[in-house]
Design a protein around this ligand. Structure first.
Ligand code: WT7
Length: 638
């Protein structure tokens, strides 16, 4: 079977076939990959438990698909192009052959440090090639990686390490971000005070800052590589994995409790990310693909590492930030490396748009042929700017909707093939069967309807469980609607049948494309010794999409509240990380609660949107007068 869809008619035909014969369809796609042993059964599933198994009894290693199989035909092709934070430092290019060598070398390092198949390895690294190497080396030896984004705090790292019972951490001395250096190793040291399962830390040199190294526990990446070299650089044949062996855990926030470890397994994830990468972006053999996400998020896992590499593509990795040394940096990177496909987030587009056209107008973006957007709904203004200024009106924009739990893109245009409309993810990819549900659990048929977005049939890239707590997986995703995967998103299917994602319908915020759980954030704020209670809601933010608005009740209103505000911020940064720092904190005497004590977030949301007129009925509140007080306070916050 051909992997790539040719035209719109082909899409329609393929889509129909994928729904009518899902097993045959996915078997055909899976056949384009390399298997040590073919599967005996394509799909076994129910959404009740849930229990989802793709390509049962198939044996493979994803790194043989991402690396070894390209060596014979394309060994010298760049696999990874790396652009450093500082534009005066040299870029690095790793061909497929070189990347495989490095992965085998580091797989040996992992082995020498006691890592075995099935062990969990925490990775807390900057966006340097060694991050991709570390991820792939784990996959090579069959260890399960748990990458933690560099913006998370020591406490968050400790929670993730303890939940997955990781035995080893891979980190670096420091991480460059614009003019700043983040002291990664020191953050890991703070985390490890709380972790009993870690017995080794491998430390990469990047920022050349002083770090503490503990004898017997901490080793240098470079020293470990030298040891492997002195052993004669032995090859590292890939560990044979079962199709359903876990490949990685990635933590993500939900509406309740602590972040959960989303578990993705080997074969389904590989097939799904490879297929969607190839199709959505219509990747052609010499193109340079630039996804601006961090590998600490699912977008980086799927569309910097696994998807592009399984398809033999050239993937560009950028260490820095789009606004340093100035707001033209991303365009300089595009010009320097002749990027053909750019995949970024609306929040980045809005911030570069706000910086002014002088940063983009004289840049050479002539190589760009396709553009992608991901992470949050894209507003029309940003869409048009992206289309005109970046794509010069010639590059199709694919607005790709998906989630950490999905593994890869579910609803999106196919570049140059599906029509596009600003703000619309457009159509489901082959194999994806979306349905819209009303509040009472009824399927909304036909077009011109809005409801809660569910998926009624499994796709290979979907999560299988949440680490250590299968019941939580069932409750979160498979219990709201019977026999459906519930996404947590609201969605419109317009008169023409095109999908538009309208945003979360649960208590999850999307701040600059990052998922923030309100309950998790409230718990962090409530840890502050002066705080009695808090409530978090999102408000429209011109660059971030959503900003974080915290309503906080403190014990003593006579205190210096400016200082308390700073303390609350510091508490959040310590417990979660800077990405969860509230944009606004309003101190209140009380919160709008029902007589049963439930906080009426709907009212708070209307207040922060400035939509005082539509606050709605407040008579059922325990104390309706608090609403007026909060409105007055909110007015003063503007
Ligand atoms: C949530 C998932 C995997 C993508 C990166 C974020 C929102 C994502 C879009 C889009 C509108 C989008 C949804 C979703 N979202 N892409 N193209 N249009 N909304 O992954 O952190 O798991 O967040 O991001 O609300 O549920 P994530």
């Amino acid at each position: 079977m051909e992997l790539q869809i040719k035209d719109f008619e082909d899409y329609e035909k393929t889509y129909r076939y994928s729904v009518e014969h899902p097993e045959e369809f996915w078997a055909g796609i899976a056949d384009t990959f390399f298997w040590r042993k073919k599967w005996t059964n394509v799909l076994n599933w129910n959404f009740k438990e849930p229990n989802i198994k793709w390509f049962e009894n198939g044996k493979l290693n994803i790194t043989e698909n991402c690396l070894d199989r390209h060596i014979y035909t394309n060994g010298d092709k760049p696999a990874i192009i790396w652009e450093p934070n500082d534009p005066t430092e040299s870029a690095r290019v790793l061909s497929y052959k070189q990347l495989l060598e490095k992965v085998e070398q580091f797989a040996n390092v992992l082995k020498n440090n006691g890592v075995r198949k099935g062990d969990r390895v925490c990775i807390y690294l900057p966006m340097v090639p060694e991050l991709a190497i570390a991820v792939l080396s784990c996959a090579r030896v069959g260890a399960i990686h748990s990458v933690v984004f560099g913006g998370f705090s020591a406490q968050s790292i400790a929670d993730r390490i303890n939940d997955a019972e990781c035995s080893l951490v891979i980190t670096a001395d420091g991480n460059y971000r614009g003019t700043k250096v983040v002291e990664l190793k020191s953050i890991v040291d703070d985390a490890l005070v709380q972790c009993k399962t870690i017995n080794k830390v491998i430390v990469l040199t990047r920022a050349r800052i002083g770090v503490s190294m503990i004898k017997g526990r901490d080793v240098w990446w470079e020293d470990e590589i030298h040891k492997v070299e002195s052993q004669g650089n032995p090859a590292y044949p890939a560990e044979e994995m079962d199709a359903e062996d876990p490949l990685f855990v990635l933590y993500t926030s939900g509406s309740t409790g602590k972040p959960k470890g989303v578990v993705h397994t080997t074969a389904g994830y590989m097939v799904y990310t490879g297929y969607t990468f190839s199709n959505v972006f219509q990747y052609k053999s010499d193109e340079v693909f630039f996804c601006t996400a961090d590998i600490g998020w699912i977008t980086g896992h799927s569309y910097i590492v696994y998807g592009p590499l399984s398809q033999g593509a050239t993937s560009l990795m950028f260490e820095g930030i789009p606004t340093w040394p100035d707001a033209g940096r991303l365009w300089d990177v595009v010009a320097k490396h002749k990027v053909n496909i750019l995949y970024t987030a609306p929040t980045a587009i809005r911030s570069l748009m706000a910086a002014g056209d002088q940063y983009i107008d004289d840049k050479d973006l002539s190589t760009i042929t396709k553009l992608g957007s991901v992470g949050e709904p894209i507003n029309e203004e940003a869409w048009h700017w992206y289309n005109e200024k970046v794509g010069k009106g010639k590059a199709p924009i694919v607005d790709t909707w998906w989630q950490t739990e999905n593994g890869g893109i579910l609803i999106s245009a196919i570049a140059g093939i599906t029509p596009t409309k600003p703000g619309y993810a457009m159509l489901p990819l082959p194999g994806v069967q979306p349905v819209l549900m009303d509040e009472n659990g009824k399927i909304l048929e036909g077009n011109g309807v809005s409801g809660n977005l569910c998926i009624k049939f499994p796709w290979p890239g979907m999560l299988r469980t949440t680490w250590g707590d299968h019941e939580r997986c069932r409750l979160t995703y498979f219990s709201t609607y019977e026999d459906m995967y519930f996404t947590g998103d609201g969605c419109l299917r317009d008169e023409e049948g095109y999908y538009r994602i309208t945003g979360r319908v649960d208590d999850v915020l999307n701040v600059s494309g990052h998922r923030i759980g309100t309950a998790e954030l409230e718990n962090a704020i409530n840890m502050h010794s002066d705080v009695v209670e808090s409530a978090i809601v999102g408000y429209p933010h011109p660059v971030k999409g959503q900003g974080i608005y915290a309503f906080v009740i403190v014990e003593d209103h006579q205190k210096d509240l400016e200082l308390t505000r700073k303390d609350i911020n510091a508490t959040v940064v310590r417990l979660i990380g800077a990405i969860a720092r509230p944009d606004k904190i309003q101190f209140v005497r009380d919160l709008p609660k029902t007589r049963s004590g439930k906080i009426m977030r709907r009212i708070l949301r209307k207040i922060v949107e400035g939509d005082f007129a539509n606050v709605g009925d407040t008579t059922t509140l325990l104390d309706p007068s608090v609403v007026e007080e909060i409105k007055e306070g909110a007015d003063k916050m503007k």
